[in-house]
Design a protein around this ligand. Sequence first.
Ligand code: DC
Length: 218
Amino acid sequence: MAINIALDGPSAAGKSTIAKRLAKKLNYVHLDTGAMYRCVAYKAINTGVDIASETDLCKMIVSTEIELKNDGSILLDGKIVTNEIRTDAISMGASNVSAFKEVRALLVAQQQKMARNKGYIMDGRDIGTVVLPDAELKVFMTASAEARAQRRYKENLSKGFDSDLNQIIEEIKARDWQDTHRQHSPLKKADDAVVLDTSDMNIDEVVAAIEALLPMNK
Ligand code: DC
């Protein structure tokens, strides 16, 4: 029987990569909730909406359509923005907009609607605590800021983006601080989540470790 899997953890811990792999193996649907916060920041920045105004952001969100396709592509108002929302500037913007309570409420409601049925693997910061508190498996993936920065650095280079490792380390630390210290739904391990430190693990090892935790494999 299908279950729901909540995958939380700090930025650049590899959650999306792992979730994508697991979804394929299990024939589940992967929902990358970070992409939704990224779309909000991207649209605000590109349409001149004040990113510091909760009211303006909420007004914008109610007339915005975000689609997370199962092939990994992200559509914002019908336009593919899969790569455009991955820049370091949008990462910081997403962290900023995600601190607003009403912005979160609007996106969480959409996420809960998307994962009404079982068979979802959802990655984010508040999945195990807020979005899917009843998920049958909750994993909290961590890795050192340096290990995460190295991965993001390589990813940026492979996509042809300019990249500076030290700057990424600083940005990751700043986002960690912001995401764990915000007032509303801060990044926090759910009490019943299993912690997985992936600093010294490769993708296959992380996937295998999570598979071993699945109730049907126990
Ligand atoms: O996972 P990511 O790096 O794509 O997420 C971008 C930002 O969105 C991140 O700084 C925190 C925020 N976020 C959140 O607050 N809650 C989620 N469920 C997912 C992401």
